[in-house]
Design a protein around this ligand. Sequence first.
Ligand code: SF4
Length: 115
Amino acid sequence: MKEFICSVCPEGCRVFVDEAGNISGNGCPNGAALAKKDLAIFGRVFSGSVAVLGGGKDNCAVESTDKIPRSRVYAAMEALRPVTIFAPVKAGDVIISDFLGLGINLIAAEDIAEI
Ligand code: SF4
């Protein structure tokens, strides 16, 4: 859980961002926007690979559609382990929706033709 004081107005709300990226404590949308900006500073777009069957490659590069909290990177890596997809794959195909419950998707980052 991250906590910070919103400084956008004199109200000075205490804003919290939990491990799943949920935001609370903000008195208005400006506080949520600031929290997301904060998350952007402390997070990054996740990239990895998943197994592919029936394609010209054994693995497909994947990436998250938005930044994930740094604290969730290990969980993200673990989430990919059991995943196997089937060719053909198009860049942008959704591999896992609502990745880690963060409200973002994990998508293919490359095309893989079926063989
Ligand atoms: S969350 Fe909204 S109400 Fe609270 S301090 Fe920030 S701008 Fe002000």
